[in-house]
Design a protein around this ligand. Structure first.
Ligand code: SF4
Length: 734
């Protein structure tokens, strides 16, 4: 297969608009001509590869998806274009490596070198086996002996509440929980929209959603560029977003909080904050001002390695340009990876409020989503009360806000299981061992569990430790609807019309209800098919209306800025009473990182997602893999000279936790004290034959965290997964 160069690829995906418009027109013309009397061949769906949930239109012919495009009616999402990951959906759909049947392990020994000796079983046999194992533990040791590793999505939550276990574990404490907790504590809501196109000044700290190829972020960011906004990106490496900025500031990893505190210091000291907004909509300025007095630009310079004068200049420009906004989301400097990351996310919300851009045009805003009745409401269920039941991984309730959000647990999961005395079983829904830092330790923990069920589309590394594997539909095989939450400046609903199912797989709703029936929890084993109609009806919609509207219901409601914030005071709390009550610092304060470079481990390590990879979701795509089949150690030329290595030579990266061997890529676009590598590689299970054996998982050199550490760091660990990337490494020629 001919390889595209990276430049050609980016041109292909982001440029060529005229050619794309022409091909769109040809596609729709051909597709419309292909409509037959037997029924429509064009289907609508939202892409579920990432949270942009871009609207798609696709055509099925003779059992194959033959065309796929972004839905032009989805104006706030795809706007007629998908990213390269979305366009890979037909290949995912037809991927022969996707699981076809339930599997049962016949070799009880578990480990990377063990063959599970899978046996194909029927769904009835699979449900009976899971039901028997789960019910036995439920009866003997209580519902809390069942661990659910799953996101807090509707059917996942139904399974959790029907069983009555408090032990639901989610990956978000190693992803974006800080932004969610800080946003809710300080402003009362989740900040999930980015109106960059109307901003005049944008500052990001490790923000690289553009480089991750998220449609909505890319479009907003590029519009901001075209509209002449000044863009400043702090990042230890020259990310794709930084390449498109006016100013790249190579800040020392994990020290962004110092720069933010210095900016707040300057803006308050020089009276540059938005006085109208602050007086009308915030409380706590009297406490914040003296609190940040010590965080001068000169103090920050020593910590973050950015000249004080640069910090002063950016703070002045940011405070005096309107509208100005921060760009932040998920795994940036406020993601839960450094010791100071929660306070970084916390400081971001405060700074956003100080410049009057919180839930305002040209700034960041809260999602406006329609009210959808829950599974509990639709089926009129009454669940066992689990409120206040102790969790096995946080018996002292050290991080109450993280678990209340139902988005935590991965950073300490291995520690909790390994130090647990109760026999437990677990279900993993679409999670892999590569979702955990220090997977070697997590795999030891997996061996301790009595029975593991894995629900997934592929046989993954985690699947290799499972006792039963239940194959789930690919999302495009599911029917229903999607409520847009990203960039939802007004309520929107997208129609999901499932493609014909290709394998003996089931939707997750069917799987959950099959398990509940097999556990004899009959009151909760409902018919999932009734849910969509009832929920749509409650919104005054049905599938026909959505179809007639081009697959997207857009309420068209004008954006109304929030006047009353959902905090205890009804205002943005610059001194957070919510955080204080939960035992965390009410205002952001600097603490020393968990570890710093030493003579033995002298380099910082940072990670990055390639624009065509969504974790490992696309890891088995032969075309995407061909763009960059393995991750590399990106190092500064001075480091290469010191080591005597050049591009494509191999090096070892070693931390106190483990080591990985990577090829070198020498670049000026990184700090001399920092090494970067990409996430999403290191597949060792053979269930994804295309991705198998390429690159290494950088998680192998990152630590997990312990319950004792959480206790020690409670004041700054509202988001739990702190300090994972404070790790330092050494590099040697291989
Ligand atoms: S940005 Fe790409 S992956 Fe994400 S929903 Fe849109 S098309 Fe899918």
């Amino acid at each position: 297969m001919a390889r595209l160069s990276r430049r050609e690829f980016l041109q292909w995906t982001t440029g060529g608009l005229a050619a794309a418009a022409l091909s769109d027109w040809i596609f729709f013309k051909k597709a419309l001509e292909a409509q037959s009397e037997e029924g429509p061949k064009l289907f609508y769906h939202a892409c579920h590869i990432c949270d942009c949930t871009c609207g798609m239109i696709y055509q099925v012919k003779n059992g194959r998806i033959v065309e796929m495009r972004g839905n032009p009616a989805d104006k706030l999402g795809a706007a007629g274009k998908l990213c390269v990951k979305g366009y890979s959906t037909p290949r995912l759909y037809h991927d022969p490596c996707r699981l076809s049947h339930p599997l049962r392990r016949t070799n009880p020994r578990k480990g990377r070198d063990e063959d599970p000796a899978w046996k194909i079983i029927t769904w009835d046999e699979a449900f009976a086996l899971v039901g028997e194992q789960f019910r036995r533990v439920y009866d003997r040791h209580g519902p809390d002996a069942i661990l659910l590793f799953a996101r807090a999505r509707p059917w996942d939550s139904h399974l959790q509440y029907a069983i009555g276990t408090p032990n639901q574990l989610c990956h978000v404490d190693t992803c974006y929980i800080n932004h969610e907790i800080a946003g809710k504590a300080v402003s009362g809501d989740r900040i999930w929209g980015w109106d960059f196109s109307h901003a005049k000044y944008i500052v990001g700290f490790g923000y690289d959603q553009v480089g991750k190829s998220k449609n909505i972020h890319q479009r907003e960011f590029m519009e901001a560029r075209r509209n002449g906004a000044k863009i400043v990106i702090f990042d230890p490496r020259l990310s794709e977003t930084a390449q498109k900025a006016d100013l790249w500031i190579p800040i020392r990893p994990g020290t962004d909080l110092a720069a933010l505190l210095a900016m707040i210091h300057v803006i308050l000291n020089e009276g540059l904050y938005d006085k109208d907004f602050v007086e009308k909509y915030t409380v706590g300025l009297d406490k914040l001002k003296p609190h940040v007095a010590k965080y001068t630009p000169q103090w920050a310079q020593k910590i973050c390695d950015v000249p004080a004068q640069t910090l002063v200049q950016i703070a002045r420009e940011f405070g005096s340009t309107k509208p100005a906004t921060l760009a932040y989301h998920k795994r940036d400097a406020g993601g839960p990876v450094f010791m100071n990351s929660f306070q970084t996310a916390h400081a971001m919300v405060i700074l956003q409020a100080l410049v009057g851009s919180l839930d305002r045009p040209g700034g960041l805003y809260f999602s406006r989503t329609p009210k959808v009745p829950s599974i509990k409401d639709v089926y009129k269920l009454s669940y066992p009360d689990i409120e206040g039941k102790p969790r096995f991984d946080d018996p002292e309730n050290i991080t109450p806000l993280a678990f209340k959000a139902k988005k935590a647990g991965f950073s300490t999961a291995a520690d909790a299981i390994l130090n647990d005395s109760k026999p437990r079983v677990a279900l993993f829904h679409s999670y892999n061992t590569t979702s955990f830092s220090n997977p070697q330790r997590f795999e030891q923990a997996l061996k301790k569990l009595n029975f593991i069920v894995n629900v997934d589309m592929y046989l993954t590394e985690l699947g290799m430790y499972a006792d039963v594997i239940l194959p789930e539909n690919l999302w495009i095989e599911n029917s229903g609807f999607t409520v847009r939450s990203y960039q939802a400046e007004r309520p929107q609903v997208l129609l999901d019309e499932g493609a014909p199912k290709l394998r003996d797989t089931k939707s997750y709703g069917e799987i959950v209800n099959g398990i509940l029936a097999a556990m004899k929890l009959y009151d909760y084993a409902v018919d999932p098919k009734k849910l969509t109609g009832a929920q749509l009806a409650a919104m005054g919609l049905d599938k026909d209306k959505l179809r007639q509207a081009g697959g997207v219901f857009d309420s068209g409601e004008p954006f109304k800025p929030t006047e009353q914030f959902k905090t205890p005071s009804g205002k943005v709390e610059l001194y957070s009473t919510v955080l204080e009550k939960a035992g965390h610092a009410p205002m952001p304060e600097w603490v020393e990182p968990a570890s710093k470079p030493t003579p033995e481990y002298p380099y910082y390590i940072v990670t990055h997602h390639l624009p065509w990879m969504r974790m490992l979701k696309n890891a088995n795509d032969p075309i995407l893999k061909d763009l960059q089949c393995e991750n590399k150690a990106h190092i500064h030329p001075s480091v290469a000279t010191k080591l005597g290595v050049k591009d494509k030579d191999f090096v070892w990266l070693e931390s106190p936790v483990g080591r990985i061997k990577l090829k070198v890529a020498v670049t000026e676009g990184i700090r001399p004290d920092t090494i970067m590598t990409e996430h999403g590689f290191g597949i060792w299970a053979k269930g994804r034959c295309q991705g198998f054996g390429w690159g290494q998982n950088e998680g192998e050199i990152l630590p997990d965290r312990t319950l004792a550490e959480m206790k020690q760091w409670k004041r700054h660990a509202a988001g739990r997964g702190v300090g994972i990337c404070d790790t330092t490494v050494r590099i040697t020629k291989a």
